[in-house]
Ligand binder design. Structure first.
Ligand SMILES: Nc1ncnc2c1ncn2[C@@H]1O[C@H](COP(=O)(O)OP(=O)(O)OP(=O)(O)O)[C@@H](O)[C@H]1O
Ligand SMILES: [Mg+2]
Length: 271
């Protein structure tokens, strides 16, 4: 089925995690550079935290892709909650060791302690959605990192229930934490325009003036996921008008009314 222009633009804002969609975004590229650089240094577990939709998974995925060809790196996007399974999977992925039976933490530590990787060959483990791991497993991960034979970058979002960062196991000096924030208005403008330009929608990209983006920011607070949702809806509305009442949409500028309608429809404001 052939999509028309607004349907196309809409689908650019589907909330999917695809490394090809990664964009350089001001502060984000600084963090990315820092993370990439830190993987060549000893010590430290890096904790990447921030609200849902701030781009933690995207950043981990990008890092994974970029390091893959030069370094031993593994990405676990979905937590392995069973401890035995966790250590077995890591033993398999890091050292190609297969265990049919149990592999508990003590046994795994023995394996790790016998490894002596060169500084630049220390394997890196990327754990996403780490708020789902138990405190006891987190503590074991810390002990593992303490051996300096495995490095970790761990992404988690703060839950409302508790401040995970404040927990004891994140307080030791080997942890370093980096917070991902929502986009500022100027970052959001770059995000929206770059996304559209990447798909060659130059005219549509230029419809988003700073004023329009400020209004969008008011509703989404610069959260990437929420912005995706709002823009998906916005282009859906554009598509509807384009087909049914083209006189209602002006070319060249996004209408505030339509931004507001989208915000209502996505639940970011009450009608
Ligand atoms: N650097 C980026 N380049 C392009 N798109 C991005 C970037 N960062 C975030 N996004 C967009 O924002 C969406 C949400 O980001 P992501 O899934 O990484 O958030 P998250 O912080 O992992 O959220 P959660 O805590 O819910 O897992 C992505 O699907 C993507 O569309
Ligand atoms: Mg995520």
């Amino acid at each position: 089925m052939k999509l028309n222009i607004y349907e196309h633009a809409r689908d650019i804002f589907l909330d999917t995690l695809n490394v090809d969609d990664y964009l350089e975004l001001d502060r984000r590229s600084d963090i990315y550079g820092y993370l990439k650089n830190s993987t060549t240094k000893p010590l430290k577990i890096i904790l990447l935290y921030g609200k849902p939709g701030t781009g933690k998974s995207m950043l981990l995925l990008k890092l994974y892709q970029d390091l893959l060809s030069t370094q031993k790196v593994h990405l676990y996007q979905t937590p392995i909650l069973d401890e035995n399974e966790f250590f077995k999977t890591i033993a398999q992925d890091l050292y190609e060791m297969n265990y049919n039976n149990e592999l508990n933490f003590t046994q795994f530590m023995k394996v790790v302690e016998n490894k002596n990787p060169q500084e630049n060959k220390i394997p890196l483990i990327l754990l996403d959605e780490a708020q789902l791991y138990s405190s006891s497993l987190m503590e074991k991960i810390r002990l593992l990192a303490d051996t300096r034979k495995v490095k970790f970058i761990i992404a988690l979002h703060k839950t409302q229930k508790e401040d995970i960062i404040a927990k004891e196991h994140f307080q030791t000096r080997i942890w370093e934490s980096i917070q991902l924030e929502n986009a500022s208005t100027s970052e959001l403008k770059i995000y929206i325009q770059k996304k559209l330009m990447k798909a060659n929608f130059l005219d549509i990209a230029s419809m988003f003036s700073s004023k329009s983006v400020n209004l969008i920011h008011k509703f989404t607070d610069g959260n990437y996921r929420n912005t995706n949702k709002l823009l998906y809806t916005l282009f859906d509305i554009y598509d509807y008008y384009d087909k049914n009442a083209p006189s209602k949409i002006k070319k060249g500028k996004v209408l505030n009314d339509i931004i507001e309608m989208s915000a209502i429809q996505t639940g970011f404001i009450n009608a």
